[in-house]
Design a binder for this molecule. Structure first.
Ligand code: ZN
Length: 199
């Protein structure tokens, strides 16, 4: 005996989220059905539609935005000599909250992960190379996470860019081993940024 089709579909949809297994997905789905009123369904539909239609990666840096170019790239007071390379938009949000970084960003959209079918083509690497043709950018700070995949990605970029005339640095190991930027506290992030090393 299984759930009706539509309910099964909802469970499977929730199961696509990271860290959500069948049991949790079932709980979410059953909660939706028992607690949502008509207006909640309507609001949820509208929210999803708005996200689908309005949120796109910034045409320059890849940070998620509801305008073509994100507010950071459009801000003339940002220091365009530095580009901080991160995995995800969430990393940008976290670093912006620390208010210690005034340069620009580049969001890769993930990390190299051959076992998950993620190669250089799947990441925003070509757009990064395009950006680096502009010589107002003097330093590229590699701030992928300090996980195996983050390190591999940083190393890949370092090798790829070795002939380009730009200073390449890597955030410091003030971060805990395997450190995930998106979960680091302010002090740790400050130290990681300030202690960055030339590669
Ligand atoms: Zn941008």
């Amino acid at each position: 005996m299984d759930y009706p089709d539509a309910l099964n579909n909802l469970i499977e949809t929730f199961m696509r989220y990271p860290g959500v297994g069948r049991k949790t997905a079932e709980r979410y789905a059953l909660y939706t059905i028992s607690s949502f009123k008509d207006e909640d369904y309507e609001a949820f539909r509208t929210t999803l539609e708005r996200v689908e239609n309005e949120i796109k990666p910034c045409e320059t840096c890849g940070h998620l935005t509801d305008r073509g170019i994100c507010p950071i790239c459009r801000d003339p007071s940002r220091d365009a000599s530095k580009i901080l390379v991160v995995e995800e938009s969430r990393d940008v949000i976290v670093i912006e909250k620390t208010r210690t970084y005034d340069g620009l960003y580049h969001v890769l959209g993930g990390v190299l992960s051959p076992s998950n079918g993620v190669g250089p083509e799947e990441l925003s690497i070509k757009p990064l190379l395009e950006r680096l043709k502009n010589d107002e950018h003097k330093e590229l700070i590699l701030a992928t996470n300090l996980s195996d995949e983050g390190e591999t990605t940083a190393l890949y970029l370092q090798r790829l860019l070795k002939d380009i005339d730009i200073l390449i640095t890597r955030i410091a190991y003030g971060m805990p081993a395997g450190g995930n930027i998106g979960y680091a506290d302010e002090i740790t992030l400050n130290k990681a940024l300030e202690g960055r090393k030339k590669l």
